[in-house]
Each structure stands twice: as structure tokens, then as C-alpha cells.
Design a protein around this ligand. Structure first.
Ligand SMILES: [Zn+2]
Length: 217
């Protein structure tokens, strides 16, 4: 906690004065262009990865970067998505998974079913593909690391499918005002792999926006 208090002191005394006009402007309202759905993992820091200032990213974070389908509106994610699309009119939503995800690991290993009942209940939003993949992996003869990586990618695809079912998102896609993207961030290398909708596989993130656009039917 002391770390936090010292950080706050530095922010107030050293950082804030240099950016006071930005904060004055932000106090009037926010207009982020991007909503990022990421894991709560402390190692994933979107503002650092994408070099953004306050007000540029609308973050929606939870264990496993999950987006429950619209039928489960109590999760809070649905409300945040609706707000991002209809009130803030973001142009892009990115679902960002990451390497070494504890939530994905728990789906594979089920090591804490008894200790973490709420986590397990939440993780069912990873969808049937997660269970299917986990079962398939049992005798597949591939490394634990590879299993985790494949499940993390599959989960991003599943969550994009859920996202597209939300009324506000479907509307935005239909009107051509909203684009969806699926990425996986590697903590050890800092690299991002992006889902290529054509091939259904993940490859290095292209720096041209249009190459990363997913066509969700
Ligand atoms: Zn995670």
C-alpha cells in the first residue's frame, strides 16, 4: 500500500502539474475512440502497451476478458459495452487475451474448483469451445504452454462471437460505425498477435488499421 501512496504523491506533485491542461479538458467529458476488453491481470497494462493518455481507451476488465452473451445482462460487461457503443460511440472494440492467463489456466487445469467457486461460475462464459478444447487436449500430446496459448486464442474468438450478439454492437456493425478486433498480448515479448478473420488464425498485428478489421457476419 505504501507503494501506492508514494506513487500518488509523485503524481500530484510531479506528473499532474505537467498535464494540468489535459486534465482540465478531460474534466469536461470523455471521448475515447476504442473500448478494450481485457483481463484483470496486473501484468496487462493497456495504457502502457498502446502508449495512450487518459481519456483515449475505455477499458472493460475482468478475469479472462470474457463477454457474457446478452442474455446475461447482470454481469456489468453488457452495460459497459452498451455505454461504450451508444453513449461514447467508440469506433473499435478490441478483445485482448494474454499469455499466461490464470483464468484460461484454471479452465484447463481445474486446480481450484473448490476454492474459487465464483471464478468457475464466471468462467463458464468462456463457452462450450473451452470445454471442448480442454477435453481434446487431454490426449493430444502437446505442451501445456501450447494448450494455454490455443485456448487463449479460442477464447478471444468465442468472446468476439458473444460481443457481436449484443444489440448495440450488432447495430454498430450493420451501420458500419463499429469494428471488432481480436488480439492476444504476449507478456514476455510484448508482441501482439491479431486474429485474421479470413484464415481464422492469429498472426503479428498489422500496423495498418484496415488489415486488422474483422468481418463479423
Ligand atoms: Zn488473464
Amino acid at each position: 500500500m505504501q507503494r501506492l501512496l508514494e506513487g500518488y504523491s509523485r503524481f500530484r506533485n510531479e506528473v499532474f502539474p505537467h498535464h494540468s491542461s489535459l486534465f482540465q479538458q478531460l474534466a469536461q467529458g470523455q471521448k475515447p475512440e476504442i473500448a478494450l476488453i481485457t483481463c484483470s491481470d496486473s501484468r496487462v497494462m493497456p495504457e502502457m502497451i498502446f502508449q495512450c493518455e487518459p481519456g483515449q481507451i475505455f477499458p472493460i476488465r475482468n478475469a479472462g476478458n470474457l463477454v457474457p452473451p446478452p442474455t446475461e445482462s447482470q454481469s456489468g460487461v453488457a452495460a459497459s459495452v452498451e455505454y461504450a457503443v451508444r453513449a461514447l460511440q467508440v469506433a473499435d472494440i478490441v478483445v485482448v487475451g494474454h499469455s499466461g492467463c490464470g483464468a484460461m489456466k484454471e479452465i484447463l487445469e481445474r486446480a481450484h474448483v473448490k476454492d474459487l467457486p465464483l471464478v468457475h461460475s464466471w468462467l463458464h462464459h468462456a463457452g462450450p469451445s473451452a470445454k471442448w478444447l480442454s477435453a481434446l487436449f487431454q490426449d493430444a500430446g502437446i505442451s501445456d504452454e501450447k494448450k494455454l496459448s490455443l485456448l487463449t486464442q479460442a477464447n478471444v474468438m468465442t468472446q468476439l462471437g458473444h460481443l457481436a450478439q449484443h444489440a448495440s454492437v450488432a447495430e454498430g456493425i450493420l451501420k458500419g460505425t463499429l469494428r471488432l478486433h481480436g488480439w492476444v498480448y504476449d507478456i514476455a515479448t510484448g508482441e501482439i498477435l491479431a486474429l485474421d478473420n479470413e484464415s481464422g488464425s492469429f498472426g503479428p498485428l498489422a500496423l495498418d488499421l484496415h488489415q486488422n478489421e474483422l468481418k463479423i457476419a
